[in-house]
Design a protein around this ligand. Structure first.
Ligand SMILES: [Zn+2]
Length: 311
């Protein structure tokens, strides 16, 4: 009777807890940051679809054993303002649960996107007023504490303090700017923001782990970009100089690519420095196949449930 519901429910549980925990603990994402981000995104999309799809399938089960055709039947009755006679209380509760989950996930995502964009706009306006305009993007704040961060958007700002300029050698400063420009150019905030929204909608430890992991992976992508243009040693020295144990708050807060204030801890700088000083290996075959395997898993995670529902 619940033929479509159980596989979706099992998938929803797996993607809501054990899979994020396992993925957050894995070491291979340090070597394949882009593939790991794609896999995290697939986990989020498939998790959301299965979380809503499972109660929907339970709700329409008396109408049809397949979710898609059951939904068509339900829609026909709803269009004529009829409640199908075959639906019992359990099915009505399941449909209500699916509706609540849909509204919560979509609503929180939209609200989160709106708030983040509003906060970013205010911060961009404030920094344009308070800071020296070094070029079209770069703003220099008159402050002794070292800090560097990106305020992302269609017209991004890269913000550094005079303390940063004083603390860094020219090649180190270039590395820091390249890192921040990578955040701005590749719109890393669009990668992180859905996970912030996911965490707001479902404030559970796996969601927090997902946000922290994706935030760290985005930092690694920007580090790799900066290392290619300015060199790994310069970037590592810069991180030690301005992003070390003291942990300048402005850097950590906005340097996560989301540009939004929130409670998630910043990326562990020490881990990034170690990764730059001692680049992840990759000689072993198992290490090298993890990247392509992650891409394949990401595609299957999204395509599988989609095919299952639409078949
Ligand atoms: Zn960064």
């Amino acid at each position: 009777m619940f033929s479509d519901a159980w596989p979706l429910a099992v998938l929803a549980v797996l993607l809501a807890w054990p899979v994020p925990v396992f993925l957050a603990r894995a070491a291979w994402p340090r070597r394949h940051a882009r593939a790991a981000i794609a896999l995290w995104q697939a986990v989020g999309i498939a998790g959301g679809l299965s979380l809503i799809g499972a109660p929907l399938a339970v709700g329409v089960a008396p109408l049809d054993k397949h979710l898609r055709t059951g939904l068509v039947e339900l829609w026909r009755d709803a269009f004529h303002l009829r409640v199908p006679a075959s639906l019992g209380l359990a099915q009505e509760v399941a449909l209500a649960l699916a509706a609540v989950l849909t509204v919560r996930l979509v609503g929180v995502t939209l609200l989160s996107a709106f708030r983040i964009e509003r906060d970013l706009r205010r911060q961009r306006d404030a920094v344009d007023l308070a800071a020296e305009h070094a070029d079209r993007q770069l703003r220099v704040l008159e402050h002794a504490a070292p800090a560097a961060y990106c305020l992302p958007g269609t017209r991004p700002r890269i913000v550094i303090t005079e303390g940063t300029i004083a603390a860094l050698a020219p090649d180190e400063l270039e590395a820091v700017l390249a890192h921040e420009r990578a955040h701005a150019k590749w719109r890393h905030e669009l990668v992180v923001q859905p996970f912030v929204a996911w965490e707001s909608a479902l404030p559970l430890p796996p969601a927090r782990r997902a946000t922290a992991s994706v935030t760290a992976l985005v930092e690694m992508l920007a580090d790799d970009h900066a290392a290619r243009s300015a060199g790994r040693p310069a970037l590592a020295r810069a991180l030690v100089a301005i992003g070390g144990t003291a942990g300048p708050v402005p850097n950590q807060r906005a340097d996560d690519g989301s540009g939004a204030a929130r409670s998630t801890p910043g990326t562990p700088t020490l881990d990034r420095v170690q990764r730059l000083v001692k680049p992840p290996g990759g000689a072993a075959l198992a290490e090298r196949v993890m990247g392509p395997a992650a891409w394949l898993a990401a595609i299957l995670l999204v395509a599988g449930p989609t095919w299952y529902v639409l078949r």
